[in-house]
Design a protein around this ligand. Structure first.
Ligand code: SF4
Ligand code: MG
Length: 331
């Protein structure tokens, strides 16, 4: 396995006036292997979208490093970013606003080929047709405009456009969140097929752990700008090692009635605090049912977890070993 994307100690700070700074992303490190999908999960305001934007330099990192293969993305000047656009792409949540309403589908798919390749018109036309095949849309759609398509079809078009240059990395920022449930599963299946057929690495951002588990081998969980847990998706989902992940998990309706009876629910108290004034120590402590004195005093380090990955929670040294939601009390 070769790391395709490496993110080291990434920070993104926004100036919000009167000398106040918002630490949207605060010391985040992770990698994505070639051909791998990493899921990035958290509530809105956790910094997950900003992380995805900063990786692509669509948001400016305040500090830290991002590497795509051997290229240090964070070291590039803005005019050097253009060739990078060929190697890294993004699919946004809202397929309604990410397509240009005044251009046909054919024109929108052709544009990146025109800008970034020296293919002839006929070769580009063939590539556009292939891209439509990949996302299972008819080749006859090239002369149509975005408003002639449903939300799911538009997201297919956005995916075709992101994949048409055979990029090394695609950031998918909540690509199914705006879609109805049956369309969601069609798009998820489409992405699974694309993953199988390409060497592209994906950073798949979502607030829904269940969707992330379907599409990603590993999952990273964010809370208030920091990573609180990472690991193989099955382990993170079945045996969360951080109380926040367990809480996110218990919000997932489980269709299997046996599992529903045995899975305890953790209900989060209170709202997510403002990232302008994060709590001292562990940022989750104001909502954590297990908070101890040490949690206000020391930020928890990342502890290695049985079954793979890490969790930033003092329970792993100062409290009872936390082995997934099933051992947590019902509160
Ligand atoms: Fe809860 Fe403390 Fe763990 Fe934070 S470090 S999640 S407050 S137990
Ligand atoms: Mg977002």
């Amino acid at each position: 396995r070769v790391p395709k994307l490496r993110v080291e100690d990434l920070e993104v700070t926004f100036d919000v006036g009167r000398g106040r700074k918002l630490h949207a992303v605060d010391g985040v490190s992770f990698h994505v292997d070639e051909g791998e999908t990493l899921g990035l999960v958290g509530e809105s305001g956790s910094g997950k979208s900003t992380t995805g934007m900063a990786v692509l330099r669509l948001a400016e990192p305040t500090s830290g490093r991002v590497y795509l293969g051997d290229t240090e993305v964070t070291g590039l000047r803005s005019r050097q970013l253009r060739p990078l656009r060929k190697r890294m792409q993004i699919v946004f949540q809202d397929p309604y606003s990410s397509l240009d309403p005044s251009m046909t589908i054919g024109q929108q798919l052709d544009e990146p080929l025109k800008v970034h390749t020296s293919l002839s018109k006929a070769e580009r036309r063939a590539r556009v047709d292939e891209a439509l095949d990949t996302v299972k849309l008819s080749r006859r759609y090239t002369s149509r405009y975005p408003n002639e398509f449903s939300g799911g079809q538009r997201q297919r078009i956005a995916i075709a456009r992101a994949m048409i240059l055979d990029p090394e990395l695609v950031v998918c920022d909540e690509p199914v969140s705006a879609l109805d449930v049956s369309t969601q599963s069609q798009i998820v299946n489409l992405l699974l097929g694309i993953q199988e057929q390409s060497r592209t690495s994906f950073l798949f951002i979502a607030h829904d752990l269940a969707v992330v588990r379907l599409v990603s081998a590993r999952t990273a969980v964010m809370y208030l700008g920091q990573l609180v847990e990472t690991g193989p998706s099955a382990r993170v989902y079945d045996a969360p090692a951080h109380p926040y992940t367990a809480a996110l998990n218990s919000a997932i309706p489980i269709p299997d009635p046996d599992r529903q009876r045995t899975r305890d629910r953790i209900v989060l108290g209170g709202d997510q605090p403002s990232p302008l004034t994060p709590p001292s120590g562990c940022r989750f402590r104001t909502r954590c049912p297990f908070a101890m004195e040490v949690c206000a005093e020391e930020a928890p380090p990342q502890y290695p977890i049985d079954g793979g990955g890490y969790a930033a929670c003092h329970l792993h040294t100062h409290g009872p070993q936390l082995r997934g939601a099933s051992v947590l009390p019902l509160i």
